[in-house]
Design a protein. Structure first.
Length: 358
């Protein structure tokens, strides 16, 4: 096919360093070097991998989480900061697009953040998990719709979701409608048991089929010693085993390499982006197979704001709208003060997404 474009992908499943704040970053940089040596130009790391996923929140009662939660605050990532600088340099050196999960600290709150670095080292996207899951709500704040989007990178149009965000069909559709070609999926791994891995595989393969995109999924890994460290109570250690399914899936729902379950490793596979068109020729969920006059998505893509000015007159409203429009390279999507149609990747009106703006 004439639009064939081969991208070598790497899905990384390694253990964090639970003891040294800088240790996990060192492991990330070493894995980037190793994957690049194998020819990878698109790399995905697990959910909140730096400094580590808060496994403690799953096995400790709230009254006993304080010290561990504060330790996570101390080791969390600021954006921008030393961690983003180091990964940026690595991305630029290898000409690779890198998706890294971090615990982001923003003053007094922590967030589950996904960072997408382009091959020139620029940070193309920082997004926060829109709804932390179950025990995670004790740890992280909520993200907003501003970064629920797809970005152009050196390897194609990339989107990302974390863990059970993949169970939110509207969140997935927001990326699909923006013509996602490569999807970065991130899960914690070493959690819940084999049933989690089984469910994960169904989820990522379904998204690949429905979105007609490649899915590169990375899950984390804990050694037996680390499980004992996280779970002092032996009766709870089963909760921190299993749940690993690091995989690379094609738009046809096929594994491009044998999924990685237990243990550490870097999964490598070549993605031929011509398969995106091949799949969409048959079933384009956001094109010829859609019925936007019957079913569409309302997406509020305004950044969360904690301070609002009172509007006293229509003149004030127009002034406020002009001053507070978020900076964007995209054309304005809707009239001031109302909902309206979004635009597709080429800037044309897109009836599948209505976007709210102030």
């Amino acid at each position: 096919m004439s639009d064939s474009r081969i991208v070598r992908a790497a899905a990384v499943q390694i253990a964090p360093d639970l003891d040294r704040p800088e240790g996990t970053l060192e492991r990330v940089l070493n894995a980037i070097d190793e994957a690049a040596a194998k020819g990878a130009r698109f790399m995905v790391f697990p959910e909140t991998f730096v400094p580590y996923y808060p496994y403690f929140s799953f096995v400790l009662p709230p009254a006993m989480q304080g010290a561990e939660h504060l330790r996570l605050y101390e080791r969390a990532v600021t954006v921008p900061g030393p961690v983003t600088q180091a990964v940026s340099v690595a991305a630029r050196r290898h000409g690779a697009v890198i998706v890294l999960g971090v615990n982001e600290r923003d003053h007094g709150s922590l967030y589950n953040a996904q960072l997408v670095f382009d091959a020139d080292g620029s940070l193309k996207l920082k997004r926060r998990k829109i709804t932390p899951t179950y025990h995670e709500r004790m740890i992280w704040g909520q993200g907003d719709g501003a970064s629920l989007t797809v970005v152009d990178t050196a390897v194609g149009r990339v989107g990302a979701l974390a863990c059970w965000e993949h169970y939110n069909p509207l969140a997935r559709y927001a990326l699909m409608a923006r013509h996602e070609e490569i999807h970065a999926a991130q899960f914690p791994g070493s959690l819940v048991g084999q049933i989690f891995a089984d469910q994960m595989e169904v989820t990522i393969r379904h998204h690949a089929l429905e979105a007609a995109c490649f899915v590169v999924n990375a899950t984390g890994w804990l050694t037996d010693e680390q499980v004992a460290q996280v779970c002092p109570d032996e009766r709870l250690r089963g909760a921190c085993h299993g749940g690993n399914c690091t995989a690379i899936v094609s738009p046809e729902g096929k594994h491009l390499a044998e999924p990685l379950g237990a243990g550490e490793g870097i999964l490598i596979a070549d993605m031929d982006l011509a398969l995106v068109t091949k799949r969409k020729r048959m079933m384009d969920s956001v094109g010829h197979y859609a019925r936007p006059e019957l079913l569409s998505l309302l997406h509020d893509d305004r950044p969360a704001s904690f301070v609002h000015q009172p509007i006293r007159s229509q003149t004030d409203f127009r002034s406020l709208d002009h001053e507070q429009q978020p900076a964007s390279d995209e054309p304005s999507r809707v009239p001031a003060g109302g909902g309206g149609l979004g635009r597709d990747a080429d800037g044309a009106p897109d009836q599948r997404i209505a976007v709210l703006r102030r």
